[in-house]
Design a protein around this ligand. Structure first.
Ligand SMILES: C[S@@+](CC[C@H](N)C(=O)[O-])C[C@H]1O[C@@H](n2cnc3c(N)ncnc32)[C@H](O)[C@@H]1O
Length: 212
């Protein structure tokens, strides 16, 4: 309770009875959570455990101000690769109306929800009739293909904000991440924000937040 957020924090890692590592972290350049792990509760009734990934992304990649400004009731979103509906559920709970794009089936409570339109379509071909506030994408595909398509969404002005996942390959993960982020940046057009993290809830991928 007496922790002062303006002060540096001491980190101690005890290797054994005779060896330890000491480190300090600066305010503004460290995780606010103990051990760097956000203890977020699974959104109640979520159709899949993936819901926790988008929840963590929203809490990790957006500032508190962005969360209130950019995620508001009545906004419109698309969820590419939506089934069974965990990410859609996170957006629905924030008050958004969601076009859930996936050939696979959605589960309750997303299935038949009045804020959700289920579109059985290819997420790499589908595009919205008018610009959306949000696009989120969790399609399992080659990261380069995903990065290219996400850039097209921004270049064409189909969305203002996006959270998308780049599934990491078995080898050369850093090189692939760099390649995909560079490709996205080069092809997306002007961006106000581009942030990427490997999240606690899925270490096999990189999660990206972009804002036009
Ligand atoms: C990891 S799951 C998504 C889980 C979802 N985010 C959730 O929270 O429940 C990946 C989904 O991507 C879908 N998918 C893969 N390729 C796709 C494509 N080309 N178009 C639409 N959906 C696709 C799959 O059908 C699968 O349902």
């Amino acid at each position: 309770a007496s922790d002062d957020a303006r002060k540096p924090r001491l980190h101690v890692l005890l290797h054994s009875g005779t060896a330890l590592d000491l480190a300090s972290s600066r305010p503004g350049d460290r995780s606010p959570w103990p051990g760097g792990i956000p203890r977020l509760r699974q959104p109640p009734h979520a159709p899949s455990r993936s819901a926790a990934k988008l929840d963590e992304a929203i809490h990790t990649l957006l500032t508190a101000e962005e969360r209130t400004q950019l995620l508001r009731e009545g906004m419109r979103a698309a969820d590419l690769g939506a089934a069974p509906g965990g990410w859609t559920w996170v957006l629905v709970r924030a008050g958004l109306r969601v076009s859930a794009v996936d050939n696979g089936p959605l589960k309750e409570p997303v299935l038949g929800h009045p804020q959700v339109e289920h579109l059985r379509a290819d997420g790499f071909r589908w595009q919205p009739a008018r610009p959306l506030d949000w696009m989120v994408c969790d399609m399992v595909e080659q990261p380069r293909r995903v990065a290219g398509r996400m850039a097209q969404w921004f270049r064409e002005g189909w969305c203002r904000n996006a959270v998308f996942n780049l599934k990491l390959p078995m080898k050369k993960r850093w090189e692939e991440t760099r390649y995909c982020l560079d490709l996205f940046r080069a092809e997306a057009g002007e961006l106000k924000a581009l942030r990427a993290r490997q999240l606690y809830h899925d270490r096999e991928e990189i999660t990206v937040f972009a804002r036009r």
